[in-house]
Write a protein that binds this ligand. Sequence first.
Ligand SMILES: Nc1nc2c(ncn2[C@@H]2O[C@H](COP(=O)(O)OP(=O)(O)OP(=O)(O)O)[C@@H](O)[C@H]2O)c(=O)[nH]1
Ligand SMILES: [Zn+2]
Length: 361
Amino acid sequence: MTLTDLGWNTQLEAEFAEYRENGWEPARLIRDNKISYGAFLGDGEEVEVSLGGSVYHDAETDAELPSVGDWVALEMGAEGYEYDAVIRARLSRRTCLSRKATGKAAAEQVIAANVDRVFVVTDPGQDFNERRMERYFEVIEQSGASPAVILNKVDLHSDEESRIAKQKVEALSPGVPVLLTSAMNESGVDSIRSFLEPGLTIALVGSSGVGKSSIVNQLLGEEWQWVGEVNAATGKGMHTTSARELLCLPGGGMLIDNPGIREVQLWRDAETLKASFSDFDEIAKQCKFRDCGHGADKGCAIQAAIAEGTLSRERFINYLKLDEELERLSHRQKKRQITIGRRNRREQKSKDEKYNRKRGY
Ligand SMILES: Nc1nc2c(ncn2[C@@H]2O[C@H](COP(=O)(O)OP(=O)(O)OP(=O)(O)O)[C@@H](O)[C@H]2O)c(=O)[nH]1
Ligand SMILES: [Zn+2]
């Protein structure tokens, strides 16, 4: 593996020139352990690194702190740090997949940096939803990455259904590549591979159960290996606490997969849900009391609007259920995190087992 395989290019090299003078080395972050990070060096060696004090203090917001996928400048073996290296600088991001609640001044949360292409995975049937697709396109566009759509589980649908779904996507976003796959029958996954090339990073988003893991498993293939395992033989990197989020795919290219990416749909749903009731907030501003319960309260503008017929009672009932609905979403989100936690532990276990086998334990 070389730096180029990890996505290094002449632009990054130019930006890095001043850091080279300090004897620092370029590396790409592959894991966020909160306290430390996992990073790949150009030769594929994996190191455990910590955040340099000035990088931390100079960051005005959390979004400026290094994230998985970022390129950083490392000072190897810096004194006074317990890790292999220290991050002295973060290089500019080509793209940035982040979560930013609309309307609020809430802090931006970076999910992955330098993802080149995001595949939206759905199916031609139950999961297919044009509005949701539009929101995915929005998030992807904001990130700077290129979109593509995978219609998976085509084995469960007629050619006609698949064709219609494909047309609908193409109507929403002309020119977007739409791939038909069946991860189950291992068909069409090659068409995803045709988008991969050394140095290119992809991510998969989509509802729970559409087949993202199945597709990832096929992309990783049988010979899937933990790159950087060699270094684990030195004992370094063994104190890792979470699973790798950036994976190298056989044949070239990388995949970033982490809980934040998996939850893209959930948080977009919560935001859209709130936004779809923004007219209520406008009307509620006219209520006599600021803490109006919109029930029997005096001077309630919502009730007045319902009485006038300008606001439907049905929507009002849905509005009242909003909190419940948001609660349900957050519950689903927690459930997802538990599933991901399990998967990460499984991966860590198989990694440990591989390591033990290698060492002859
Ligand atoms: N029939 C059919 N089933 C599929 C296909 N791809 C995946 N499945 C099944 O769908 C179920 C969900 O697949 P996953 O790969 O776990 O879905 P996911 O998107 O990773 O779900 P989360 O991990 O919850 O985000 C599994 O039972 C798969 O075997 C397909 O192409 N056809
Ligand atoms: Zn009111």
